[in-house]
Design a protein around this ligand. Sequence first.
Ligand code: R5P
Length: 302
Amino acid sequence: MKPVIFAGSSNLPLAKNIATSLELSLGKAEITRFADSECRVRILEDVEEKDVFIIQSLANPVDENLMEFLLLGDAAKRGDPRRITAVVPYHGYARQDRIHRTGESLSAHVVAKLIESVHYDRLITVELHNESILGFFEIPVFHISGFTPFKPLVTQIKGDIVVVTPDAGALKRSQKFAESIDAPLALIEKKRDLDTPHKIVSMKVVGDIKDKTAIIFDDVIVTGGTLVNAAYLLKEKGAKQVIAAATHADFVGGVDKILKDAPIDKIWVTDTIYIPSDKKFSKLEIVPIAPFIASEMKKMIR
Ligand code: R5P
Protein backbone atom coordinates (compact mmCIF):
# COMPACT_ATOMS: atom_id res chain seq x y z
CA MET A 1 0.00 0.00 0.00
CA LYS A 2 1.29 3.46 -0.89
CA PRO A 3 2.38 5.54 2.11
CA VAL A 4 0.65 8.85 2.83
CA ILE A 5 2.68 11.97 3.52
CA PHE A 6 1.10 14.92 5.30
CA ALA A 7 2.74 18.29 5.86
CA GLY A 8 2.24 20.91 8.52
CA SER A 9 2.38 24.50 7.34
CA SER A 10 5.87 25.45 8.54
CA ASN A 11 7.80 24.41 5.40
CA LEU A 12 5.50 23.32 2.58
CA PRO A 13 8.09 23.73 -0.22
CA LEU A 14 10.41 21.28 1.56
CA ALA A 15 7.57 18.81 2.19
CA LYS A 16 6.65 18.95 -1.52
CA ASN A 17 10.29 18.38 -2.53
CA ILE A 18 10.50 15.35 -0.23
CA ALA A 19 7.27 13.91 -1.63
CA THR A 20 8.46 14.52 -5.21
CA SER A 21 11.77 12.75 -4.48
CA LEU A 22 9.69 9.74 -3.44
CA GLU A 23 7.43 10.07 -6.50
CA LEU A 24 4.46 10.79 -4.25
CA SER A 25 2.25 13.80 -3.66
CA LEU A 26 1.21 15.28 -0.34
CA GLY A 27 -1.90 13.89 1.33
CA LYS A 28 -4.80 16.28 1.89
CA ALA A 29 -5.28 17.76 5.33
CA GLU A 30 -7.15 20.81 6.58
CA ILE A 31 -5.30 23.06 8.99
CA THR A 32 -7.29 26.06 10.18
CA ARG A 33 -7.42 28.33 13.21
CA PHE A 34 -10.38 29.48 15.26
CA ALA A 35 -10.78 33.21 15.93
CA ASP A 36 -9.11 32.76 19.31
CA SER A 37 -6.06 31.20 17.54
CA GLU A 38 -6.73 27.58 18.54
CA CYS A 39 -5.53 25.21 15.85
CA ARG A 40 -7.95 22.74 14.17
CA VAL A 41 -6.68 19.87 12.07
CA ARG A 42 -8.45 17.29 9.91
CA ILE A 43 -6.94 14.50 7.83
CA LEU A 44 -8.78 14.13 4.49
CA GLU A 45 -7.30 10.80 3.37
CA ASP A 46 -7.92 7.16 4.20
CA VAL A 47 -4.83 6.09 6.17
CA GLU A 48 -6.06 2.73 7.50
CA GLU A 49 -3.24 0.14 7.54
CA LYS A 50 -0.97 2.58 5.67
CA ASP A 51 2.44 3.97 6.48
CA VAL A 52 1.98 7.64 7.37
CA PHE A 53 4.68 10.33 7.45
CA ILE A 54 4.04 13.77 8.92
CA ILE A 55 6.53 16.50 8.02
CA GLN A 56 6.84 19.60 10.17
CA SER A 57 9.77 21.82 11.08
CA LEU A 58 9.53 23.10 14.64
CA ALA A 59 10.81 26.53 13.65
CA ASN A 60 9.65 30.02 14.56
CA PRO A 61 6.74 30.39 15.51
CA VAL A 62 7.75 27.21 17.27
CA ASP A 63 4.80 26.77 19.62
CA GLU A 64 2.25 27.15 16.80
CA ASN A 65 4.15 24.72 14.60
CA LEU A 66 4.55 22.25 17.46
CA MET A 67 0.83 22.28 18.23
CA GLU A 68 -0.07 21.77 14.57
CA PHE A 69 2.35 18.85 14.42
CA LEU A 70 0.89 17.22 17.54
CA LEU A 71 -2.68 17.59 16.27
CA LEU A 72 -1.72 16.16 12.86
CA GLY A 73 -0.21 13.13 14.63
CA ASP A 74 -3.33 12.65 16.72
CA ALA A 75 -5.69 13.05 13.74
CA ALA A 76 -3.71 10.53 11.69
CA LYS A 77 -3.55 8.01 14.55
CA ARG A 78 -7.35 8.00 14.76
CA GLY A 79 -7.48 6.72 11.16
CA ASP A 80 -5.71 3.50 12.28
CA PRO A 81 -2.55 3.63 10.15
CA ARG A 82 0.09 0.88 10.18
CA ARG A 83 2.72 3.25 11.54
CA ILE A 84 3.23 7.02 11.85
CA THR A 85 6.66 8.52 11.36
CA ALA A 86 7.34 12.06 12.51
CA VAL A 87 9.63 13.86 10.09
CA VAL A 88 11.03 16.91 11.87
CA PRO A 89 13.67 18.58 9.71
CA TYR A 90 14.31 21.17 12.42
CA HIS A 91 13.71 20.08 16.00
CA GLY A 92 12.84 23.17 18.02
CA TYR A 93 13.59 23.39 21.76
CA ALA A 94 16.69 21.23 21.19
CA ARG A 95 18.95 23.89 22.70
CA GLN A 96 17.12 23.52 26.01
CA ASP A 97 18.66 20.07 26.37
CA ARG A 98 19.84 20.51 29.94
CA ILE A 99 19.15 22.60 32.98
CA HIS A 100 21.49 25.57 32.64
CA ARG A 101 20.24 27.43 35.75
CA THR A 102 18.47 26.14 38.84
CA GLY A 103 14.71 26.25 38.44
CA GLU A 104 14.61 25.85 34.66
CA SER A 105 12.48 23.33 32.76
CA LEU A 106 14.11 20.56 30.72
CA SER A 107 12.23 21.69 27.62
CA ALA A 108 13.77 19.32 25.06
CA HIS A 109 12.59 16.43 27.26
CA VAL A 110 9.07 17.89 27.47
CA VAL A 111 8.88 18.14 23.67
CA ALA A 112 10.07 14.53 23.28
CA LYS A 113 7.33 13.37 25.64
CA LEU A 114 4.70 15.45 23.79
CA ILE A 115 5.68 13.82 20.49
CA GLU A 116 5.34 10.38 22.06
CA SER A 117 2.05 11.30 23.74
CA VAL A 118 0.28 11.48 20.35
CA HIS A 119 1.69 8.06 19.44
CA TYR A 120 4.21 8.83 16.74
CA ASP A 121 6.02 5.51 16.23
CA ARG A 122 9.35 6.84 14.95
CA LEU A 123 11.13 10.11 14.36
CA ILE A 124 13.40 11.27 11.56
CA THR A 125 15.25 14.49 12.33
CA VAL A 126 18.27 16.49 11.17
CA GLU A 127 21.21 17.76 13.25
CA LEU A 128 19.89 17.84 16.76
CA HIS A 129 21.65 20.46 18.84
CA ASN A 130 22.96 17.69 21.05
CA GLU A 131 22.70 13.98 20.30
CA SER A 132 22.07 13.24 23.98
CA ILE A 133 18.48 14.36 23.24
CA LEU A 134 18.06 10.99 21.51
CA GLY A 135 17.98 9.54 25.01
CA PHE A 136 14.84 11.54 25.84
CA PHE A 137 12.86 9.38 23.39
CA GLU A 138 11.53 5.85 23.89
CA ILE A 139 10.68 5.61 20.17
CA PRO A 140 13.44 5.02 17.59
CA VAL A 141 15.01 8.22 16.27
CA PHE A 142 16.81 8.38 12.91
CA HIS A 143 19.26 11.26 13.04
CA ILE A 144 20.60 12.77 9.81
CA SER A 145 23.96 14.49 10.16
CA GLY A 146 23.81 18.22 9.48
CA PHE A 147 27.19 18.47 7.80
CA THR A 148 26.81 15.77 5.11
CA PRO A 149 24.97 18.18 2.74
CA PHE A 150 27.93 20.60 2.93
CA LYS A 151 30.66 18.09 2.04
CA PRO A 152 30.45 18.61 -1.76
CA LEU A 153 30.92 22.36 -1.19
CA VAL A 154 34.09 21.76 0.84
CA THR A 155 35.77 20.10 -2.15
CA GLN A 156 35.52 23.41 -4.05
CA ILE A 157 37.74 25.24 -1.53
CA LYS A 158 41.37 25.77 -2.52
CA GLY A 159 44.16 25.83 0.09
CA ASP A 160 44.23 24.88 3.76
CA ILE A 161 41.00 24.41 5.66
CA VAL A 162 40.31 24.43 9.38
CA VAL A 163 36.96 23.55 10.93
CA VAL A 164 36.08 25.89 13.77
CA THR A 165 33.72 24.96 16.55
CA PRO A 166 31.85 28.13 17.61
CA ASP A 167 31.56 27.02 21.24
CA ALA A 168 32.42 24.11 23.51
CA GLY A 169 28.90 22.68 23.19
CA ALA A 170 29.42 22.23 19.44
CA LEU A 171 32.73 20.38 19.85
CA LYS A 172 31.52 16.85 19.13
CA ARG A 173 29.64 17.72 15.95
CA SER A 174 32.53 19.90 14.65
CA GLN A 175 35.01 17.12 15.44
CA LYS A 176 32.97 14.67 13.37
CA PHE A 177 32.78 17.18 10.50
CA ALA A 178 36.54 17.86 10.63
CA GLU A 179 37.29 14.11 10.65
CA SER A 180 34.95 13.50 7.73
CA ILE A 181 36.79 16.04 5.54
CA ASP A 182 40.21 15.29 7.00
CA ALA A 183 40.77 18.84 8.30
CA PRO A 184 42.19 20.12 11.60
CA LEU A 185 39.96 21.63 14.26
CA ALA A 186 40.11 24.93 16.13
CA LEU A 187 37.88 25.98 19.00
CA ILE A 188 36.21 29.20 19.97
CA GLU A 189 35.64 29.58 23.64
CA LYS A 190 32.33 31.41 23.94
CA LYS A 191 30.83 32.68 27.16
CA ARG A 192 27.17 33.64 27.26
CA ASP A 193 25.23 35.80 29.70
CA LEU A 194 22.81 33.10 30.87
CA ASP A 195 20.33 35.70 32.12
CA THR A 196 20.01 37.42 28.71
CA PRO A 197 19.04 35.18 25.77
CA HIS A 198 21.50 35.29 22.83
CA LYS A 199 23.93 37.68 24.62
CA ILE A 200 27.61 36.70 24.25
CA VAL A 201 30.03 38.03 26.88
CA SER A 202 33.41 36.93 25.49
CA MET A 203 35.10 34.83 22.80
CA LYS A 204 38.66 33.44 22.41
CA VAL A 205 40.11 31.29 19.63
CA VAL A 206 42.24 28.21 20.38
CA GLY A 207 44.09 26.54 17.46
CA ASP A 208 45.89 27.41 14.23
CA ILE A 209 43.70 29.34 11.82
CA LYS A 210 46.27 31.69 10.24
CA ASP A 211 46.06 31.92 6.42
CA LYS A 212 43.48 29.13 6.32
CA THR A 213 39.87 28.97 5.22
CA ALA A 214 38.00 28.71 8.50
CA ILE A 215 34.68 26.86 8.29
CA ILE A 216 32.62 27.59 11.38
CA PHE A 217 30.14 24.76 11.76
CA ASP A 218 27.03 25.36 13.85
CA ASP A 219 23.63 23.73 14.14
CA VAL A 220 21.49 26.85 13.85
CA ILE A 221 21.58 30.57 13.08
CA VAL A 222 19.02 32.66 14.94
CA THR A 223 20.27 36.22 15.58
CA GLY A 224 23.60 35.59 13.85
CA GLY A 225 25.47 36.74 16.99
CA THR A 226 27.51 33.56 17.39
CA LEU A 227 28.73 33.44 13.78
CA VAL A 228 29.30 37.16 13.31
CA ASN A 229 31.36 37.52 16.50
CA ALA A 230 33.32 34.38 15.60
CA ALA A 231 33.98 35.72 12.09
CA TYR A 232 35.37 39.03 13.37
CA LEU A 233 37.63 37.15 15.75
CA LEU A 234 38.86 34.70 13.11
CA LYS A 235 39.62 37.43 10.56
CA GLU A 236 41.40 39.48 13.23
CA LYS A 237 43.54 36.43 14.09
CA GLY A 238 44.55 35.94 10.44
CA ALA A 239 42.04 33.57 8.80
CA LYS A 240 42.24 33.96 5.00
CA GLN A 241 38.55 33.31 4.45
CA VAL A 242 35.61 32.62 6.77
CA ILE A 243 32.76 30.33 5.79
CA ALA A 244 29.81 29.85 8.09
CA ALA A 245 28.06 26.50 7.71
CA ALA A 246 24.89 26.03 9.75
CA THR A 247 22.32 23.33 9.15
CA HIS A 248 19.26 25.30 10.22
CA ALA A 249 18.47 28.93 9.33
CA ASP A 250 15.91 30.00 11.93
CA PHE A 251 16.46 33.64 10.97
CA VAL A 252 14.92 36.36 13.13
CA GLY A 253 14.13 39.78 11.64
CA GLY A 254 17.21 41.75 10.55
CA VAL A 255 19.62 38.82 10.64
CA ASP A 256 20.01 38.85 6.85
CA LYS A 257 21.45 42.39 7.03
CA ILE A 258 23.72 41.49 9.96
CA LEU A 259 25.09 38.47 8.07
CA LYS A 260 25.44 40.40 4.80
CA ASP A 261 27.56 43.07 6.52
CA ALA A 262 29.67 40.63 8.55
CA PRO A 263 33.22 39.57 7.57
CA ILE A 264 31.87 36.19 6.44
CA ASP A 265 32.72 35.27 2.86
CA LYS A 266 30.08 32.60 2.38
CA ILE A 267 27.19 31.23 4.41
CA TRP A 268 25.99 27.70 3.81
CA VAL A 269 22.66 26.57 5.24
CA THR A 270 20.10 23.92 4.33
CA ASP A 271 16.37 24.42 3.78
CA THR A 272 15.22 22.48 6.85
CA ILE A 273 13.50 25.79 7.69
CA TYR A 274 11.66 27.83 5.06
CA ILE A 275 13.66 30.93 4.07
CA PRO A 276 11.47 33.58 2.40
CA SER A 277 12.99 35.34 -0.62
CA ASP A 278 13.35 38.67 1.24
CA LYS A 279 15.74 36.94 3.69
CA LYS A 280 17.99 35.56 0.95
CA PHE A 281 21.17 37.34 -0.13
CA SER A 282 24.01 36.67 -2.52
CA LYS A 283 26.55 35.04 -0.18
CA LEU A 284 23.89 32.71 1.25
CA GLU A 285 23.96 29.27 -0.34
CA ILE A 286 21.00 27.03 0.45
CA VAL A 287 21.68 23.31 0.10
CA PRO A 288 18.53 21.16 -0.38
CA ILE A 289 17.92 18.71 2.45
CA ALA A 290 15.04 16.86 0.72
CA PRO A 291 17.20 14.10 -0.87
CA PHE A 292 18.69 13.18 2.54
CA ILE A 293 15.31 13.02 4.27
CA ALA A 294 13.67 11.20 1.35
CA SER A 295 16.41 8.58 1.33
CA GLU A 296 15.84 7.91 5.07
CA MET A 297 12.08 7.63 4.45
CA LYS A 298 12.60 5.33 1.49
CA LYS A 299 14.33 2.77 3.72
CA MET A 300 11.17 2.67 5.86
CA ILE A 301 8.62 2.26 3.07
CA ARG A 302 7.62 -1.34 2.42
C1 R5P B 1 24.07 27.57 20.66
O1 R5P B 1 24.32 26.79 21.56
C2 R5P B 1 23.69 27.14 19.30
O2 R5P B 1 24.39 25.98 18.91
C3 R5P B 1 23.90 28.24 18.27
O3 R5P B 1 25.25 28.60 18.25
C4 R5P B 1 23.10 29.47 18.64
O4 R5P B 1 21.80 29.14 19.01
C5 R5P B 1 23.02 30.42 17.46
O5 R5P B 1 22.22 31.49 17.82
P1 R5P B 1 22.58 32.95 17.38
O6 R5P B 1 22.58 32.98 15.87
O7 R5P B 1 21.49 33.78 17.98
O8 R5P B 1 23.91 33.31 17.96
